[in-house]
Design a protein. Structure first.
Length: 318
């Protein structure tokens, strides 16, 4: 449901004090970075949808022509069984090649999302550190590329699964049925690729920030914590809300069982940083102990705000 203030899309600003503070500025910059990464992600998702749609149309057109051509050979009793057609090497190649090529192109988009997220994340945290008077010009993010490799593998696996589902549709042997069921197959792969692109960009952004934080802590021999910041508004989940304002050590994980709801999602259980789930809008920010004093938001006020938000949401029937 669409909620009005104080539970609207810009509710997170209410949790921030009117007076400027280093933590407030960091939160604002990081949320702006997330919005910028989100715009890149949306553009790449749109490109992925076009790629899959084009591949699907190419294969559907080929299958329709093959099936109709087969039906020109005399009466139905003389038509070649669709199973035999599908077993032909040339047909197999024509069915799979467009999807394989599309998967490779989409994998490139996933990589672009990763690179954009990493670049934006590093730039944001460097601005935070520069504002504190720290020289970080010699630092560069060191990302966990195993995550990216896993996402790239997911794209290829999804494409393979979609190809098999499409072949199952083709086995119906009826052009009309193929044409009617193809959009659902394409829609599924578009949705899954969109999530993969989103997770890629969001993960890289937060991983880059965390990496720079770790290097700063080592360089200056200082205690640096990381703070979970939730973007409140329509669609904010109970688990992300429960993590808002929580701080942990750079090498520690955020608890994956923390939630205001009945149970947390079983998606990502090793929470070094966001995302908590696909389409997660949460971010991680640098936190130093002195930031929790004086004016501006503190871990305590942010946690209280999250609890008040949840109570108000439930009272409103959300």
């Amino acid at each position: 449901m669409l909620l009005t203030e104080p539970i609207g899309a810009d509710l997170h600003r209410i949790a921030l004090a009117v007076e400027e503070s280093p933590l407030q500025q960091s939160i604002e910059r990081t949320l702006e970075t997330r919005e910028a990464v989100g715009q890149v992600i949306a553009s790449l998702q749109s490109q992925a949808a076009e790629i899959w749609q084009s591949a699907g149309e190419e294969v559907a057109d080929y299958v329709t022509r093959v099936v109709r051509l087969n039906r020109t050979y005399g009466p139905a009793s003389e038509w070649m069984p669709i199973e035999r057609i599908l077993d032909m090497p040339d047909v197999q190649m024509m069915l799979r090649a467009p999807f394989i090529e599309a998967a490779q192109d989409v994998a490139g988009l996933v990589r672009q999302a990763w690179e954009a997220g990493a670049s934006q994340g590093a730039e944001g945290v460097i601005q935070d550190l520069a504002a504190l008077g720290l020289d970080v010009s010699d630092l560069a993010p060191q990302l966990d590329v195993s995550v990216l490799n896993s996402l790239l593998a997911d794209v290829m696996n999804h494409a393979a699964e979609m190809t098999e589902k499409f072949i199952d549709v083709v086995r119906l042997g009826d052009p009309e049925s193929i044409a009617s069921q193809l959009p659902q197959v394409i829609q599924n792969i578009v949705w899954r690729s969109g999530l993969t692109i989103d997770v890629s960009g969001t993960t890289a952004m937060n991983d880059a920030k965390t990496s720079i934080m770790e290097q700063v802590a080592a360089k200056y021999n200082m205690q640096v914590l990381k703070m979970w910041v939730t973007r409140f508004g329509p669609g904010t989940c109970d688990t992300c809300a429960a993590l808002h304002g929580m701080t942990v050590g750079l090498e520690e994980e955020f608890p994956d069982d923390e939630t205001f709801g009945a149970k947390p999602p079983k998606v990502y259980v090793h929470l070094n940083h966001p995302p908590r789930h696909p389409k997660c809008r949460c971010v991680v920010v640098l936190y130093l102990s002195w930031m929790g004093t004086g004016q501006g938001p503190t871990p305590g006020t942010m946690k209280k705000f999250a609890k008040d938000w949840f109570k108000a949401l439930k009272k409103a029937g959300g």
